[in-house]
Design a binder for this molecule. Structure first.
Ligand SMILES: [Zn+2]
Ligand SMILES: [Zn+2]
Length: 271
């Protein structure tokens, strides 16, 4: 029994360290690059005129750490269930070789996008919102640290997908590692406060099927629209895309970048 407890504790700490390292690497790298090093150059692409106070960033970091603790607890459960053979499709997926790696990665991202759209929409029901999603929206003006700033229930809803998906779809464990990298990168960028997706000549985003920072920023500014995570299509199919989304995107994305040699004082306010 002590061996089992030691084993479970080691698994939990190893999961926590791994996930925390990934979150800190992405949030700090994006914050340092966009909010510090390129602050002057990117000023025209800043979506809001104001930046959140430092205390908001600290609380987002602490609540994200708590969400990561929830993720590691569930990942211990996944590990234990795998040992008793609860994930037979995982071994089947590995036996299908390299091409299946990519098929299952794309399938997982598409399925996760649908899962997030619908669970996110439900969490905006007033009764559920108070219990599951209020913490995330405390970040009215998001930052690179907002990614996992969730209520406990929302952290559980998020990790439930990673727990259940490999049970119903053949997915190698390595795919889940790449999936997690994709989601933390996109998640951090959606909250980064700067519009970096290049615009086409008609003002629409180059990759219009992907959600942009403006897309998700509008959700934080005015809930009721833009529930999608990685792709724009669910909001378009369901009529929940913000009516001003493309105009707001074009307004931010078409402003020319500033020279790095220009001082912040010289740069015009809001672009
Ligand atoms: Zn929301
Ligand atoms: Zn958000």
């Amino acid at each position: 029994m002590p061996t089992f407890l030691t084993d479970v504790t080691d698994m939990w700490f190893s999961g926590l360290t791994h996930d925390l390292r990934r979150y800190v690497t992405f949030s700090v790298a994006v914050w340092l690059t966009l909010w510090v090093v390129l602050r002057v150059v990117l000023r025209p692409r800043k979506i809001r005129d104001t930046s959140p106070p430092a205390r908001q960033l600290v609380s987002e970091f602490l609540f994200s750490t708590r969400s990561i603790a929830v993720f590691s607890t569930v990942s211990v459960g996944i590990n234990l269930l795998d040992r008793v053979g609860a994930y037979p499709l995982q071994r089947l997926a590995v036996s299908w070789g390299g091409p299946w790696f990519w098929v299952s990665l794309v399938a997982m991202i598409l399925a996760h996008d649908a899962y997030i759209y619908w669970t996110h929409r439900w969490m905006h029901h007033p009764w559920l919102f108070r219990r599951t999603h209020r913490r995330h929206h405390r970040s009215h003006n998001p930052s690179p640290f907002t990614a996992y700033s969730f209520d406990l229930a929302e952290a559980l809803v998020n990790v439930a997908f990673v727990f259940a998906w490999p049970m119903i779809f053949p997915t190698p464990w390595q795919v889940i590692g790449v999936f997690m990298l994709h989601q933390i990168f996109r998640n951090t960028m959606l909250h980064c406060g700067y519009e970096l997706m290049p615009a086409r000549s008609d003002g629409r985003p180059w990759l219009d099927f992907l959600t942009t920072t403006t897309h998700h920023d509008l959700h934080h500014a005015q809930a009721g629209y833009n529930y999608g995570a990685w792709f724009t299509w669910w909001d378009r199919w369901m009529g929940t895309e913000h009516p001003d989304y493309l105009a707001r995107y074009a307004e931010a994305a078409r402003r020319p970048l500033l020279s790095p040699f220009r001082t912040a004082k010289e740069a015009p306010a809001g672009g």
